[in-house]
Ligand binder design. Structure first.
Ligand SMILES: [Zn+2]
Length: 134
């Protein structure tokens, strides 16, 4: 019986098959957003081939417990915001998603990092510098 291949096309780029890896890492939108996030944190071009690579890749540039918590938060928020964007009918620009990631991750980390006072504008500028417990 000739089953038609039921591939779901990515709703963002409308050109590739939608897979987990595609939606979160490979789609041009995800690539652009991750590029901004990595640059923001000061990550070198760490390759992320699978979703499991995201957290070890990001943690590589975290030098203490607080920075680790912060960079993990940013990773989670980035995945969430990419997913939220995918589920919304109207798609935003990568820059808008990135601004959302900056805001969401600040709220996230600010409510969790009890021992560290985090300056919001410094966080927007450079999270790795904002997370510097003395
Ligand atoms: Zn796509």
């Amino acid at each position: 019986m000739g089953m038609s291949q039921n591939l779901i096309t990515c709703g963002i780029c409308k050109s590739k098959e939608e897979t987990i890896v595609h939606s979160f890492l490979d789609c041009e939108m995800a690539v652009e957003v991750w590029g901004k996030v990595k640059l923001w944190w000061g990550l070198n071009n760490k390759e992320m081939k699978n979703v499991e690579d995201v957290f070890p890749g990001m943690e590589a540039e975290a030098h203490n417990k607080e920075q680790k918590l912060a960079v993990i938060s940013i990773g989670i928020v980035t995945l969430c915001d990419l997913w939220r964007n995918r589920n919304e009918a109207t798609f935003k620009k990568a820059e808008d998603i990135f601004l959302q990631i900056q805001k969401d991750s600040f709220r996230w980390i600010d409510s969790r990092a009890n021992r560290v006072e985090i300056d919001r504008s410094l966080w927007i500028l450079s999270p790795i510098i904002a997370i510097n417990p003395m």
